[in-house]
Write a protein that binds this ligand. Structure first.
Ligand SMILES: Cc1cc2nc3c(=O)[nH]c(=O)nc-3n(C[C@H](O)[C@H](O)[C@H](O)COP(=O)(O)OP(=O)(O)OC[C@H]3O[C@@H](n4cnc5c(N)ncnc54)[C@H](O)[C@@H]3O)c2cc1C
Length: 394
């Protein structure tokens, strides 16, 4: 893509999470150079726990040529099982009909391994770590970027905000309100524990009053577990390990066992936010991907999957459009409403699970138990989307 001066556009991506790194990789495979500025130090290992990669995400990873690397330390997921805290199975969903159209299975993978794999496949000097962008200015048709000490970090002719939930790029160019706390916390851990062989390819989700607990095998001898807990505020005091043990300690097997096997320091505890407002295209070449574009609650397990779909669509648009603004407009029209639909479904699911009234929670469980597997699968299909959309975006 040629800039006004006839030179290649210099694209800078702020944020090197799943969205920023996958975009850089997709662009590099098309012979396009870009720069990723990431605040975290190199290899800080902070990208904790695990991620469910649905077939839509696996299809992008396959096209990026890294699907087999990413899943090397993960577990293939063929079944979703929903239970109540007493251990009764409410529904068991075979994912095969969902996976078949994509030609990909769902997987549970270590998050850090996904980040490392994406980073290692980038051309040298694409990624700069320990580099927080603190100020941005649009000057003379270019973006000027500065660090915490007001020192210049460089110029870019096009800018992508891949800087996550509390995106500076979004705040700066769209000025919209920040992410909204959803009234619950997520607690996650990966532990060295081997689930029964019968669960080797199953994600189990247990719905209780104002909370849920889920677990999945990860690799040959690890388990990823996650829980959510209704909590009045995102500001301290946060729920502690003791709250988690007190709330879930009497749930059905193997929940108490998984908690017992988890070193307290291994539990990641975070408030959950989302942001469902659409944003407009800008007349200047700046756009958003991943959580910066459509932050969603984890209830559909799709935030990182949608970030991968964004990256794929944006890289295609970048190589096809005449100008960066056209490319960003095309990308936005391909992706934003689809991703926001998933974010809204996640939001509603989060509300259903974390409602205040015990009677409401009971009703949600009864509804789930009454739903035929085909209806649950249809809802999942709506979230995962159609491979047709990916092909159209090729
Ligand atoms: C509890 C929980 C469970 C989840 N489970 C799943 C799941 O199973 N499957 C799934 O698909 N998704 C899941 N998600 C969602 C997923 O984690 C996110 O959607 C995904 O990580 C978004 O990637 P991102 O790159 O957009 O943002 P991030 O991962 O937040 O990355 C943004 C990056 O930008 C950097 N950054 C921020 N500001 C600046 C700055 N000013 N300058 C430079 N760098 C900056 C940050 O350091 C960070 O590395 C889950 C989320 C939560 C909270």
């Amino acid at each position: 893509m040629a800039g006004p001066s006839g030179t290649m556009e210099s694209l800078t991506i702020v944020g090197g999470g799943v969205a920023g790194l996958s975009l850089a990789l997709a662009l590099s495979q098309k012979g396009r150079k870009c720069t990723v500025l990431e605040a975290r130090p190199d290899g800080d290992g902070e990208h904790g726990a695990a991620l469910a990669m649905a077939p839509n995400a696996m299809a992008v990873l396959r096209r990026l040529g890294i699907a087999d690397d990413v899943t090397r330390e993960g577990s293939r997921i063929d079944w979703y099982r929903f239970m109540n805290p007493r251990g009764q199975t409410l529904a068991a969903i075979d994912l095969e009909p969902l996976s078949r159209p994509w030609g990909e299975h769902a997987w549970c993978v270590p998050r850090q391994h996904l980040i490392d794999t994406l980073s290692h496949h980038l051309p040298p000097s694409t990624l700069t770590t320990s580099c927080r962008v603190s100020q941005i200015a649009w000057q003379q048709g270019q973006f000027a970027l500065f660090n915490d000490h007001h020192a210049p970090l460089g110029w870019a002719s096009a800018l992508v905000g891949a800087d996550g939930a509390h995106s500076l790029v979004r705040q700066h160019f769209w000025g919209q309100r920040d992410a909204v706390y959803q009234g619950f916390f997520a607690i996650r851990a990966v532990i060295r524990y081997r689930l029964d062989n019968a669960l080797a390819h199953t994600v189990t989700q247990i719905w209780g009053a104002g909370s849920e607990f889920g677990f999945s095998p990860m690799g040959s001898d690890h388990t990823y577990w996650y829980a959510t807990l209704r909590w009045p505020q995102a500001t301290p005091p946060w729920p502690t390990v003791e709250h988690v043990l007190a709330h879930f300690g009497r749930w059905c097997h193997p929940v108490p066992l998984l908690l017992e096997q988890t070193p307290p320091a291994a539990m990641l505890i975070h408030p959950i936010f989302d942001r469902l407002e659409p944003w407009r295209s800008q007349p200047i070449p700046v756009t958003l991907v991943g959580d910066a574009a459509h932050l969603m609650t984890p209830n559909t397990g799709q935030g990182a999957c949608q970030a991968l779909l964004d990256s794929w669509a944006l890289a295609q648009s970048w190589t096809r459009a005449a100008t960066p603004v056209d490319a960003f407009q095309r990308y936005r029209s391909l992706r934003l409403s689809k991703a926001l639909t998933v974010a809204r479904i996640s939001h509603q699911l989060g509300r259903l699970i974390h409602q205040r009234s015990p009677a409401g929670s009971q009703l949600a469980l009864m509804l789930l138990a009454a739903m035929p597997p085909s209806a649950i699968r249809a809802a999942m299909k709506r979230v995962v989307g159609s491979p047709l959309s990916l092909h159209l975006e090729c």
